[in-house]
Design a protein around this ligand. Structure first.
Ligand SMILES: Cc1cc2nc3c(=O)[nH]c(=O)nc-3n(C[C@H](O)[C@H](O)[C@H](O)COP(=O)(O)OP(=O)(O)OC[C@H]3O[C@@H](n4cnc5c(N)ncnc54)[C@H](O)[C@@H]3O)c2cc1C
Length: 279
C-alpha cells in the first residue's frame, strides 16, 4: 500500500521526492486513481502538494498569468483574470472531460500526465507558455514547446515537479478552440485544435496547436499577412499536414483522425478569421 505524504512547503516536497523510495507527485489524483485501479501504476510513496498555499494561486504580472500547479482545471475556465488575460487557454481548459473531473484535476497534473490527447496543451503551445519545474537541484523553466518529448514522456526529470505554468497574455487577434469527440461529448478528443490569428500592425500570423493527432501535442505557425480567409484556411491545412501522425484507437482510424484533424483546423481558422473581419 503506497504511503501518502502531505508537505507544507515546497522545500519539504522537493526533499521528500529526492529521498523517498519510488515517489510520485499527487495532484488531483484523477489520472492516478484510474491507473491504480487498472493495476498499471506502481508507486511506494505519493507526495500530495495540496497543502502548499503558493501552489494553489493564480497571479497576473506584466507578462501574463502565473498559475500554480494545484489550481484546478475548473478554476482555469471560470476565473475572470484567466478569461481576460488568455481567453484561448480558458476555452481549452473548459473542454477537459466533465465538471466532476475539472473540479478535481489540477493544472500541474494535467500537463505532467503527458498524454497526447490532452486539450489544454494545444492552447499553451499556441500561447508559447512556459513550465516552471523544481527539485532539490533548483528551479528551471521549460518552454511548453519542448515539454512533450515523446509518447507519454515529458521533459520533467525524475523527482522534479511542476511548480507553475506561466501563460503569456494572449496577443491581439482572435483565438478559437475546437474539439471533436467520437464517443460522447465529455470524452477525450478524437481531434482538437487551438488556433490563434495574431493581428498586429498589419501583420497576421496563424498559430495552431494540435491535440490527439500525433504521439505528442504539436504546433505549427505561418505568416498569413495579406491572405483571404480561404487562402488562410488552405495554408493552415497545408501547414498541419506534416504534423498529422495520429494513433488509431477506439475513437477512430488513422485516416478518420487525419480527416477530422483537417476539419478541426479549418473550423477553428475560419471562425477565428471571421471574428477578426467582424471586428
Ligand atoms: C473520465 C476522464 C476523462 C478525461 N477527459 C479528458 C479530456 O477530454 N481532455 C483532457 O485534456 N484531459 C482529460 N482527462 C484527463 C485529465 O485532464 C487528467 O486526468 C487530469 O488533468 C490529471 O490531473 P490530476 O491533477 O488529477 O493529476 P494526477 O492524477 O494527480 O497526476 C497525473 C500525473 O501527473 C503527475 N503530477 C501531478 N501533479 C504534478 C506536478 N505538480 N508536478 C509533476 N508531476 C505531477 C502525477 O505524478 C501523475 O503522473 C480525463 C480524465 C478522466 C478521468
Amino acid at each position: 500500500m503506497p504511503e501518502l505524504h502531505r508537505p507544507e512547503t515546497l522545500a519539504e516536497a522537493c526533499s521528500l521526492l529526492a529521498s523517498l523510495d519510488n515517489p510520485m507527485v499527487y495532484g488531483g489524483g484523477t489520472a492516478i486513481q484510474i491507473l491504480l485501479k487498472q493495476g498499471i501504476l506502481f508507486a511506494d510513496n505519493f507526495v500530495d502538494l495540496s497543502r502548499i498555499p503558493r501552489l494553489r494561486e493564480i497571479t497576473v504580472d506584466h507578462n501574463g498569468l502565473i498559475v500554480g500547479p494545484m489550481v484546478t482545471v475548473r478554476r482555469m475556465e471560470t476565473d475572470e483574470r484567466v478569461r481576460a488575460t488568455s481567453p484561448l487557454a480558458a476555452a481549452a481548459y473548459h473542454h477537459v472531460a466533465n465538471p466532476r473531473v475539472r473540479n478535481t484535476a489540477s493544472v500541474g497534473g494535467n500537463i505532467a500526465h503527458g498524454d497526447y490527447r490532452l486539450d489544454p496543451p494545444t492552447a499553451l503551445l499556441v500561447l508559447d507558455a512556459t513550465i516552471e519545474a523544481a527539485s532539490t537541484k533548483g528551479t528551471r523553466r521549460i518552454p511548453v514547446r519542448e515539454f512533450f518529448v515523446d509518447f507519454q514522456q515529458t521533459a520533467l526529470a525524475p523527482n522534479e515537479m511542476v511548480t507553475a505554468v506561466c501563460i503569456p497574455t494572449q496577443p491581439t487577434g482572435s483565438g478559437r478552440f475546437v474539439k471533436y469527440s467520437s464517443l460522447s461529448e465529455n470524452d477525450w478528443p478524437c481531434a482538437s485544435a487551438a488556433v490563434l490569428v495574431a493581428d498586429s500592425g498589419g501583420r497576421r500570423e496563424v498559430r495552431i496547436g494540435l491535440g490527439a493527432l500525433a504521439p505528442v501535442p504539436r504546433h505549427v505557425s505561418f505568416d498569413a499577412t495579406g491572405l483571404s480567409d480561404q487562402e488562410a484556411v488552405d495554408a493552415a491545412i497545408a501547414a498541419v499536414e506534416p504534423a498529422l501522425d495520429p494513433i488509431p484507437d477506439v475513437r477512430g482510424s488513422v485516416a478518420y483522425k487525419r480527416r477530422l484533424g483537417r476539419v478541426a483546423v479549418e473550423d477553428a481558422v475560419r471562425s477565428a478569421w471571421k471574428d477578426l473581419a467582424d471586428g
